[in-house]
Design a protein around this ligand. Sequence first.
Ligand code: BDP
Length: 713
Amino acid sequence: MKKWLLILFVILIYNSVSAEDGYRLWLRYNTIDNPALLQQYRQQITSINCPVDDGKLVAANQELQTGLSGLLGKKVPAQPAIINGAVLLGLPERSPVIRKLVADSALAHLGDEGFIIRTVMYEGKNITLITANKEAGILYGVFHFLRLMQTQQPIRQLSITSAPKIKIRLLNHWDNLNRTVERGYAGSSIWDWQRLPGYIDQRYIDYARANASIGINGTVLTNVNANAIILTDEWLQKIAALANAFRPYNIKVYLTARFSAPVEIGKLKTADPLNEEVRKWWKDKTDEIYKYIPDFGGFLVKANSEGQPGPQNYNRTHADGANMLADAVAPHGGIIMWRAFVYSNETPEDRFKQAYNDFKPLDGQFRKNVLVQVKNGPIDFQPREPFHPLFGAMPQTPLMMEYQLTQEYLGFATHLVYMAPLFKEVLDADTHAKNNSTVAQIVDGTTDGHTLSGMAGVSNIGSDINWTGHPFGQANWYTLGRLAWDNTLTSAQIANEWLRQTFTNKSAFVDTVQKLMLASREIMVNYMTPLGLHHIMGYGHHYGPAPWYNKAPRADWNPVYFHKADSIGIGFNRTATGSNALAQYQPAVRQQFEELATCPEAFLLWFHHVPWDYKMHSGKTLWETLCDKYYSGVDSVRWIQRSWNGMKNYIDAERFSEVKQLLAIQEQEAVWWRNACLLYFQTFSNKPIPARYEKPDHTLAYYEGLEFPYAPH
Ligand code: BDP
């Protein structure tokens, strides 16, 4: 009995050291709060054995020490000899012991980043072996092992083999050189450019640890709306310092390349990608970058989109532009990620169709080291979009998935929305290309046999103490990494393991909060953009609803362009009688969306202009259904609030209160969305909001009059 009390005491002391400000993310390593399990773990693990420590395994070794000491509530010593309970880390090629313990066939499928974790007997000693073909794999194996313990899984008889499904697993920072972050809601940029390269903030190391723990292996440091200055000597030194800090964690750095850089900083007269001088400029520039950063990853490029310069300025194609850069980085093993998020100022074509129109004809023209990076949907990171029609349409080109973690259109860092269901909905979508390939299979390269594959998330990270502003924003960062590693994980699995590590393993908490996380995205769709509405937010800053807005300098920045409400109905006709965007999908997808009867309600107004009186599957009219959705969205936010209020005793007061306050704002903003949208659409439908519902407490004129000149952009 006394021993148990002592253990409890140790747990209390150990765990009370750090404030729960969210800084530690999912790597808290608090001492296991289940005394029986703690004892089991302590028996199972007595020491760390890392036979050849030639520097490259330092990060893995250190993390294991920190993690185990925290979880077990006592220091776990490094031991030169293999004793009972050792955790043995190492590469077979450098350790005869490990060589003996694993067969070549087991290592064959691991690639450079996969790992094996196995419980084995060695000379009568029970040990846990973590091994891989390369050091990176060991790092990922260590984090996996720590995750098992943090989520309180059995570790007595492990036999795990894991390798990433996707090769390039990235964060895209939209960070500017003055430390503002485009669409950033979590403070300023974490890159303290002013004090780099001399000062390496501990935050960079913790950032790298967090990324490595979920398998992210690269980071694009700068905004896609790029600044050429980043490519100058002074700045490359800063980039090199960051690259050095990240390297032990298997994280490569990438930069965004401004297409007009040869003119802006190179003093050339042109940036024409077929001009020899321009090509040489990029080659020399790239060689210079690799002198600073020998393992530089490559460039991400936004060209000829929203005012950014690009090859089309010189009547060249996206392939011409991408290939020029690809040739420059190829000798160094670099890659180019060329974005498909393009739509032109001049083209009156439905914005939905423009990326496909530009890129589909270029399939087969890109160099081997180019990925075309495609947003998950055809417009722009809305709460719900159909999958982008380019997926499945460019078999000869590796298409990289771009998700947005920062919540530009999903309530900034104020609303609780767990995005795994959004990401999975797209990954699981059947493109009907090649034997019914899902988007996941296109992206991970299995459909078309690409070895190069990628997934990126536009970062939601900033200088806020908890990194992401909203404590639950961390879950979206976490999800990106986990899904890029293994796209078969379910939203529930990811939520479950994130909650256990980030908050507590107590099942009353995990069960309740997992449920509300899983529901949160659909709830947001309901109070913001139900039934396939999209892009009806405030102009410029994108804060709050503004379906009435029609003063933007270009038509396809206006909400009215997207919802097309009139006295007859609402929605964008993208069938053959409308913009015919549906023709960009495979016939089976097109057919399903084209028929009103088979088009899923969730996508209805994406593809159809539907009369207000149209009878939905439920028998109710479209107008009534729209009202139901908006009202149920708000009701569900209140359900989330109530559920959260019941969690008070399970977690720390700090984060409990933060989330509670944010939920209160979310509720107010959900009401704002509901009222503003329904009052506005009502001016077209001329139908009442059903009497059973609470009345909007303001007039439409009031909502239309709201202005937010200081909302973050
Ligand atoms: C939109 C953002 C804009 C970005 C653009 C992009 O509003 O700030 O520059 O996407 O992805 O979502 O390039």
